[in-house]
Design a protein. Structure first.
Length: 175
C-alpha cells in the first residue's frame, strides 16, 4: 500500500511539473473540439503524401485524425506534459496506429522540423513569436502551417478561416 502511495505521488508530481513547464513555455493543455481539429486539417489540405507535425500534441487527437481520416503518411507530435503524453501514447497503441503516429516527449523548440509538410499548432502568442524564425529558416518551401486562434508574427498569412462569429479563427501560412 505504501508503495502505491509513493507511485501515485510521483506520478502526480510529474504531471503537475510538466504541465506547469508546458504552460509557461508554449501553452497549457486545452483540447480542441473535433470539429476544429477537422477544420484545421481541411484548411491545410492534408493528404496521403503529407508528414504532419503537431507542436504541443496534447492527447493526440490531431495526429489520430490526420492519420485515420486524412490518411497522412506519417504523423509526429511533440508533447512535454506527462499526462497528455501518456494519454496519447495509450490512445495510439489501442487504435493500432503506433507505426504511423509517433509522439515524442521533447521540447518542440529544439526539434528538427525539416521533414514536415504540414505543421499544426495551438500555442500562445509568445511561443509562436519564438517559432516564427525557426519556421522561416528550417521548413521546406511549400510547407503548410496551421495555427489555431493566434497569428504567427513575422510570417505572411495566406488565409484566415472563421466561419461564424462564435468560432475560433484558424490561420494558414505557406512557407
Amino acid at each position: 500500500m505504501f508503495y502505491l502511495l509513493i507511485i501515485f505521488i510521483v506520478i502526480l508530481f510529474l504531471t503537475l511539473l510538466t504541465m506547469s513547464i508546458a504552460s509557461i513555455s508554449a501553452a497549457p493543455y486545452v483540447p480542441l473540439f473535433k470539429r476544429d481539429v477537422r477544420r484545421m486539417l481541411e484548411i491545410a489540405q492534408v493528404n496521403s503524401n503529407d508528414i504532419v507535425y503537431d507542436l504541443g500534441s496534447g492527447d493526440g487527437r490531431m495526429l489520430v485524425m490526420a492519420a485515420r481520416k486524412f490518411e497522412a503518411s506519417e504523423c509526429v507530435g511533440f508533447e512535454i506534459s506527462f499526462l497528455p503524453y501518456l494519454i496519447s501514447k495509450i490512445k495510439i497503441l489501442l487504435l493500432g496506429h503506433n507505426k504511423k503516429i509517433k509522439v515524442i516527449p521533447k521540447n518542440l523548440y529544439t526539434q528538427n522540423l525539416k521533414q514536415a509538410t504540414v505543421i499544426t499548432c495551438f500555442l500562445l502568442p509568445h511561443a509562436l513569436k519564438k517559432l516564427g524564425p525557426k519556421f522561416a529558416t528550417e521548413l521546406k518551401p511549400g510547407t503548410r502551417i496551421v495555427s489555431y486562434a493566434f497569428r504567427i508574427p513575422g510570417l505572411k498569412r495566406l488565409k484566415k478561416d472563421k466561419p461564424n462569429p462564435k468560432s475560433t479563427a484558424i490561420h494558414l501560412y505557406v512557407v
